[in-house]
Structures are given as C-alpha cells and as structure tokens.
Ligand binder design. Structure first.
Ligand code: SF4
Ligand code: SF4
Length: 234
C-alpha cells in the first residue's frame, strides 16, 4: 500500500505521472557512491537499504519547459512543480526522510541512467530518455527514501530499445553534437541556452524566460507532438 500512497499523492499534481523504483541495495549504493564526495556519501549512507523513487512529468504543454530568470537564478517550470511535490511528500512521510537525490548528490547522478535501470525507457541517440508513450517529452526527478516498497516489484531495465535509430535527431542538431555512438556535450552546451547570445539556438519568450534548443527532441518520432511555441505565436 505504501507505493500506492506515494503515487496517489503525486497523481493529485500530475495525473499522468510515470514511476520507477530501485532498491538501494549494497551494489547500487556502491555504484552511486563512486560519483560522490565524502560529504555527499555520508548523506547517502542514511538511505542504504531504502529506495530510489523516480517519477516523471509528461510535458504536454510548452509552458512546462520554460526556463525563467528570477532574482539572479534560473529555474525550469517543470522542475519547480516536481520539487514542490517532493516537499509535500516529505511532509506526508516524515519518518521516511524523503529528499531530492539531486540535492544530496549536487546533480552528479544522471536521471536518465536511473530511469533506464528502473525500466522507464531507454536512452535514445538524442542522449535523453525515451519513454515508450511520451518519448523524450518527460521531465524526471528522483527521491531517496528510507522506505522499502514491499507491495511492488522493483524496476528492471527494458528488454527492447525504444529508440528506432532513425537518425532524425542526429540530422536535426545544428552543431553536430550527436552521433549514433557519442554525445558531444560541449557543442550542445554552447548553443542550448542563453538566447541573448548570437549563436544560441534557444528562443526567448519574454525578457526573463526562454525555451532551450531541443531540435533533437522535436525531430524524434517517438511520443508526443506537443503544441509548439512558434506555431501559436504566428
Ligand atoms: S539540444 Fe540542440 S544543440 Fe543540444 S544536442 Fe539537441 S539539437 Fe543539438
Ligand atoms: S530521432 Fe530516431 S534516432 Fe533519434 S532518438 Fe528518436 S528514434 Fe532514436
């Protein structure tokens, strides 16, 4: 019933949320620790034997992927929603010591790796998680909890690749950051955000908000075809 309590609460905010759960056994704990410094390891050690609970917000509205500047910081609307849910879950289950994995690990553990391990999808040539129904239009987050979910089977990687290797993302990328075998992060990061820079492929929405380049996602035939900002602006 515990798993259902978590998911019911999340569904009050995100009716079509997707979920995956991993047991924080010795093997996974050691694997995660490899990426952490001593302070981060100490925080993670509290959760050994507990669980990682991954959930995702399907992006069915352009507004969810707006980046906003506020008080010198920037945040993604979808992440703001996910973080609010984590706070409310932590309040609901105080004994579980629920925390955002990103906060504990300082974003050192890739969500896509955990989501793949939990069977939520597979990594596409566009270097992001492809979910069978929503494609890359998913914003993921992971929480650590002391809870053990006895009422469900923990996740396992999918047997079949979701990516059909059509190569559209590789062709669409304006800076050749993708190939069937590699992701050249420095090329992507030089144009993905900062719409005020001349070479940037991001699109400004207001003086304080923008959408990142995502030609590699929009060109992918897997999943949703959301309403595009540029289309309703015309
Ligand atoms: S976000 Fe843009 S620049 Fe980065 S890999 Fe995708 S298409 Fe290329
Ligand atoms: S566009 Fe084609 S190759 Fe690229 S991630 Fe999507 S399915 Fe895979």
């Amino acid at each position: 019933m515990l798993f259902q309590e978590y998911t019911s609460h999340i569904q009050t905010f995100i009716p079509k949320a997707i979920y995956g759960v991993l047991r924080l056994d010795e093997r996974l704990s050691l694997r995660l620790e490899e990426r952490l410094d001593e302070k981060e390891k100490e925080k993670m050690s509290l959760y050994k034997g507990g669980s990682l609970f991954i959930f995702g917000l399907p992006i069915d509205s352009e507004a969810l992927w707006f980046w906003n500047h506020l008080n010198g910081k920037r945040y993604l609307t979808a992440n703001h929603i996910l973080e609010s849910i984590i706070v409310s879950l932590a309040e609901m289950f105080p004994a579980s010591h629920i925390q955002s994995l990103d906060r504990i690990s300082n974003h050192k553990i890739a969500q896509v790796v955990l989501a793949e391990m939990a069977g939520l999808g597979t990594r596409g040539w566009n270097n992001v998680l492809l979910h069978p129904e929503h494609g890359a239009y998913i914003q993921l987050t992971t929480i650590v909890t002391k809870d053990v979910f006895l009422d469900i089977n923990y996740g396992r990687p999918m047997d079949k690749d979701v990516c059909i290797k059509c190569g559209r993302c590789v062709d669409a990328c304006p800076v050749n950051a993708l190939s069937p075998t590699d992701f050249f992060a420095f090329r992507c990061s030089s144009v993905v955000a900062s719409p005020e820079k001349i070479k940037s492929k991001a699109v400004a929405v207001t003086s304080d908000s923008y959408v990142e380049c995502r030609a590699c996602i929009d060109s992918c035939p897997i999943g949703l075809n959301i309403e595009k900002l540029y289309e309703w602006k015309k």
